[in-house]
Ligand binder design. Structure first.
Ligand code: MF3
Ligand code: CO
Ligand code: CO
Length: 286
């Protein structure tokens, strides 16, 4: 029997009768599985808010896609993100988040994630870069990132970028209602390994919407049937970081943010915010 770290008081609901969904979740809890708390299941109003935030988030990344090129600094990308977000009456969630100094993360080549935009960092032909933006609109969060290839890159780096996107897609497809976090992690892991790559284990996706980082931890490396049960109304990211070499990473001690692959081989990541529906995932960031 699994130990349920997240006991949920489904039975106390102001005397209201349990819905079919409540009963289903309870039956999983009674069998010892980790189930979501009530707050993790979004109301229609919250979903609408996150959806609207997702539209701005997609606009930001579309703008970056149209402007990004060799010779540009990552600080210029950051300015595009900041200006577009404010022009659309939203806020970049990264700015000031636990002391993070910029409005997005820019992670080039061997940088896995959380790279800090800088005037001194100039994009070069052949670079692969992840731009990760999180938008807050009317208090609702949407979080997505994409890879961009600067000019032409090597076939090896191009394949890494493509397979990382496939990893996000196979993970999303594995997310059926009443599946587990570990089911999508297993699908991602299998696809990455089949292609000769590894999956970063130290960072994960997350619930999102009312806050930046909510439960559950959306692990990308793992085994089927483990982790939290995923039920309709939950909103979360999937954002696998796929390494060309080993899965180990370190945090740059100079800035305490930049995550780099230990062997300094390239890494790629794509991220979307998803809504779990009765039939599977809906993307809220495209
Ligand atoms: N957007 C990142 C994520 O996908 C988090 C960045 S936090 C920051 O969860 F502070 F580095 F911006
Ligand atoms: Co993100
Ligand atoms: Co995220």
């Amino acid at each position: 029997m699994l130990f349920n770290k997240n006991p949920r008081n489904w039975r106390v609901k102001g005397g209201q009768p349990l819905t079919e969904m409540d009963k289903k979740i309870l039956s999983f809890q009674n069998r010892g599985f980790l189930v979501p708390t009530r707050e993790l299941i979004k109301t229609p109003e919250q979903i609408e808010g996150i959806r609207r935030s997702g539209v701005i988030n997609t606009g930001v990344l579309d703008l970056v896609a149209s402007e990004i090129k060799a010779g540009m600094s990552t600080a210029q990308i950051d300015k595009l993100v900041y200006d577009y977000t404010l022009d659309h009456h939203a806020t970049p969630a990264c700015l000031g988040y636990e002391g993070f100094p910029k409005s997005c993360c820019t992670s080039i080549n061997e940088v896995v994630c959380h790279g800090i935009p800088s005037e001194d960092e100039i994009l070069e032909e052949g670079d692969i870069i992840n731009v990760d933006c999180t938008t807050i609109l009317d208090g609702y969060y949407a979080d997505a990132s994409r890879m961009f290839i600067i000019g032409e890159t090597t076939p090896e780096k191009k394949r890494l970028v493509d397979v990382a996107l496939e990893c996000l897609q196979v993970g999303a497809e594995a997310c059926k209602p009443y599946s587990f976090v570990g089911d999508q992690a297993a699908a991602i892991t299998k696809h990455a390994h089949k292609n000769g790559y590894t999956v970063v284990r130290d960072l994960c996706g997350h619930g999102v919407g009312n806050e930046f980082h909510e439960e559950p931890d959306m692990e990308h490396y793992g085994k089927k049937g483990t982790g939290m049960l995923l039920v309709p109304g939950m909103v979360f990211t999937i954002e696998p970081m796929i390494n060309m070499g080993g899965w180990e990473v370190f945090v740059d001690s100079e800035d305490d943010w930049t995550v780099v692959s230990e062997d300094e081989l390239p890494s790629a990541q794509w991220e979307h915010t998803f809504l779990m529906t009765e039939t599977g995932l809906e993307i809220l960031t495209h």
